[in-house]
Design a protein around this ligand. Sequence first.
Ligand code: GLU
Length: 429
Amino acid sequence: MEAVGAKKAQNRQGMYKVVMEQFEHAADVMGLDAGVRKILSQTNNEIVVHFPVKLDDGTIEVFTGYRVQHNNALGPYKGGLRYHPTVDIDSARALAIWMTWKTSLAGLPYGGGKGGIEIDPKNYSLGELERITRRFTYALGDNIGPDLDIPAPDVNTNAQIMAWIADTFSSTQSPSTRFANLHVVTGKPLGAGGLEGRDRATGYGVVVTLKAWAERRNESLQGKRYIVQGFGNVGYWTSHFMAQEGAILVGVQDAGGTLYNAGGIDPEQLIAHSDANNRSVGGFKGAETIDPATFFALDCDIVVPAALGNQITAKNAAGIKAKVVAEGANGPTDTEGEAILREKGVEIIPDILCNSGGVIGSYIEWLQNKRAEYWKIEEVMKMIHEKISTAFTSVVNTANEFNTDWRTSAYIVALRRLEKTYKERGIFP
Ligand code: GLU
């Protein structure tokens, strides 16, 4: 038990502290209604499930899964499920709260939820992952649903996992509701009710915000040098769309290695390497392998953290040379790291704006399923572009109105919408 406790402490990320500090600060700046502030300071529901699964070797392992539902004033809870050793109640809470702000800021009819399973999926076979996923879905039972709480992909989860969730959920309900339940999750594969473009939606949105950032400076992304932490779905698709803008990927870091090439790294070659090497960039021949501790201090214009939370901290923020940090990940910058960046004049495109393309894509998939339609990728990308651009403009205008930074103004836009809803609707009974 000692070892398990030590492992947990090491994995703990402390993201809940960060999200609450951000919330308290924004609530002070805008003068948020005291009652609404109390409501939003708490999560509505926290579901923890322990469930057994038979492994390939015949032994039984008991897994722990989480689903935290923070707030549903604006619509059903919405947010991803991650499979990672850092998943615990603290991180599920923090990530659920960020989802409430993100969906509100994007103008979607959703609240915020998040969850996952505390595992490293690399340690399990595909068959085991299927059984773990199906059993987790079964354990969540009626706590999720297309009009109640709609999970989606997040760190280490993908379209295949979403298909297993949709199938398990639908198969355990009445057959008459099978197709009415398809949208219990988003991010599904195309053949299982998925949306063309959902895979690239988050990375695309990151680049839309970076283009808007560059345009405000009367610049473009052409020739800009950038580094990406994490080369999963968000890191790869961001790099793919950055290449289309003529930007140059000079550094990449993931759990398997840290790469640098001043002449540029080809994202398509790198993803092919990662796909063939157990989803790790380590050992890629098209770049030099460098000390992981030097990553954030690499010479570049743009930093895109697209992995886990609390990566830019007091330990490394001072070394950052870039002009802007585009938060593809959720909560990648902690409060101390952020203060140092602001002091240095480094701009931050905050996570709840920067990575909102994913949940906007999810919303389109959910609408598509509800209407039993299939939308064209061009329409999907156009809608994501419009929604993020609108949110970006509100964030910039609100920052001017309150003379504050973009993170705080993004919170203010999100909180104002929630405050208005509570004021108009009142509190039952
Ligand atoms: N996991 C993604 C996020 O953090 C997407 C959530 C969703 O599509 O519901 O925004």
